[in-house]
Design a protein around this ligand. Sequence first.
Ligand code: NAD
Ligand code: TYD
Length: 359
Amino acid sequence: MKNYLVTGGAGFIGSNFIHYMFRKYGDDINIINVDALTYAGNLENLKEIENRSNYSFVKADIRDKEAIDRIFKDNDIDVVVHFAAESHVDRSIKNPEVFVETNVIGTAVMLNSAKAAWELPDGTYKEGKVFLHVSTDEVYGSLSDPKDYFYETTPYDPHSPYSASKASADLLVKAYTDTYHFPAKITNCSNNYGPYQFPEKLIPLMINNALTGKKLPVYGDGKNIRDWLYVDDHCKGIDMVIESGRIGEKYNIGGHNERENIHIVKTIIKTLKEILPPDDPRSANVSEDLITYVEDRKGHDRRYAIAPDKIHNELGWLPDTSFEDGIKLTIRWYLEHEDWMKNVTSGDYQEYYKRMYNE
Ligand code: NAD
Ligand code: TYD
């Protein structure tokens, strides 16, 4: 039975990954979820699986070397799936230091602890061990030519403190494979959307604001392009890379689904209007009149677009969920989980929102 150590498993993609893995492998795997439970971590995301005998949760910070070493000592970990990170560009612009601490130093701690636990006296590694570092397409910077795509060979050119910290972490992982032949692999994925995403990111923020009749703040001219992927398709790609990807390689993950931000916002409004029953009191709030163009994000990357040829050709990965289906699934999930949204938007979120959008 494979033992997975998932970092950041209480966040958006990490919790979806844990659900995905239990749906796929059932009792044939064991998962240990290590998360510091920052504002972005929420154990409610894992309520349905928390009592499984093959799941456990450890509250720990990935910067805490002793705590991480202890987890490797107490458990024979086969696979590390490293999600834990500070993940929001706007927060990184306001407060970059914690991005360096968690995303760079935290990754260094994870690499060192895994290396210490897995390395044999002759410098090789125990068989079958894999460290999967989860990264982003934002490390490649911004595309200006509409015919260009991000390939695994595209030079790194990060612009925000977030993407710079993720790029640094990726290079550290690469250095461990180049220098120590450490058994790591990297995935660089495009923008994810789906259940359990914190409403600081575009899609859940717009859904929540539209339902509550708040303005929909579109940065700049609304024509920045992101390449959206339903979160389960990202999880499927990570699992395939762990199982069959080559050690020391990186794999881009994305579903050729480029959309302008304004298109996303209008699609959310249109879909909400279609789905909400007319007698639902929330439907009265939903209107394009809420769209408000606001000051642009500093250093705002214009376009991201992934070429997923390598993961498709080598591993046979293709996305299962079209954007049209994925956005409906996502909106339905948020409509059915109003309490989840209320819980995560109470307290600190109000303060964040005021600082970010009202000042
Ligand atoms: P998220 O912010 O929703 O979740 C991050 C999780 O990490 C939270 O549970 C948080 O509590 C935990 N965490 C933060 N700092 C920690 C620390 N010091 N120690 C332990 N745990 C800590 O992020 P997400 O959107 O789920 O992203 C997960 C990973 O995927 C990140 O590495 C991100 O860079 C990458 N990624 C995200 C996207 C996207 O669209 N969201 C796309 C590509 C790659
Ligand atoms: P976001 O979800 O923060 O992801 P990322 O910056 O990592 O791509 O933002 C997606 C796009 O939406 C990005 O171009 C910024 C834009 N955006 C807005 O226009 N308004 C908002 O309130 C937010 C959060 C994002």
